[in-house]
Design a binder for this molecule. Sequence first.
Ligand SMILES: [Zn+2]
Ligand SMILES: [Zn+2]
Length: 372
Amino acid sequence: MDCCGHAHTPAYQPAIWRMGLAPVGALLAGEVGPRGSTEAARTAETASAALDVLRKSISVDVHTHGGKSGITSKAPPSDDLANAMRAGSLAVACLADVPDSPILGRNPEGSLAVVRTPEPGQLYRHHLERLAWMDDLVASHGVRRALCTADLDAAHKAGQPAIVADVEGLDFLDGKLERLEEAHQRGIRHLQLVHYTPNDIGDFQTGAITHQGLTAFGGEVIQACHRLGFVCDVAHATEAMAKQAVKLATKPLLLSHTAVSGSRAMGPTPLTGRQISPDHARAIADTGGSVGIWHFFPSLDKYVDGLKEMAEMVGVEHVSIGTDQFDARGCVEDYTQWVHLVAAMLRGGFTAEEAGKIAGGNYMRIFRAAVG
Ligand SMILES: [Zn+2]
Ligand SMILES: [Zn+2]
């Protein structure tokens, strides 16, 4: 099959989410309850129901860096991501390069912040270097890069893990809109407007307010995202910026990783500045969009509670999973946990249809409208 001008190679690896036996075994081995017990039988039952969800619908982590050996690590590309995705039956990872990572560090409160000034062109060079890393990952390490919805469908059918190339923060633009076209040509299909570095697009949640929301240039960037075909992600944007983006947007917006303000499921956390109000979440939902919930919860069951907190506010059509997996923190430390998370969603009371929407269907709706 051919799509977007490139040929798909047939997968030689077993199509895990079509066969499904290995993850059920893993669930039985890794979950509560000894083999043969009622608890183990129940676990096996939800495991097989979770696999059924992952077989029927395309599941997506809407914001990730690919874990410890991923794109934000110093490690060269490896098979780790593809292997974990296969083991946990995750179909698609939105894998985000972080252009401003060379200038970020931990502030005294333990949160990420800008700690040094970039040299001219440094963040653009870093971004290009990370794109080369991604090219190598796709060329030699068992994941496909999806450029359109048909690519995602084909990868899921073939049982091969796929990535949507993503960028967290447009700090590589240096005011040059034409770099968005270059990003599209390099295979990127998902862009997050702001991160931790002050830029000329808009205000971010953990920084000083300098623009009162979205700038005129930020508005042009959103229009360019729509025109070129990128998923437009307003994670990290202030509520004012997000609401101004909502007014301008003519396609569904994504807010890929956060949690409800004061989330009881998260408990005390240094991430409160990155949580969002019910109003903020509803504004995103009103575009036909979705709000991704990150994985910074003490357990998978608490993660499911975090998904419920958002679903109660905006409805299951507008909630996604955006783990923000970048190091060892979080309850989905690697993707072998993905099927366990879906099983926890079913155990926690979501129907199979609802779990399918949250685990990927809602992102697919946004991707189809934004990218085609
Ligand atoms: Zn982030
Ligand atoms: Zn991130």
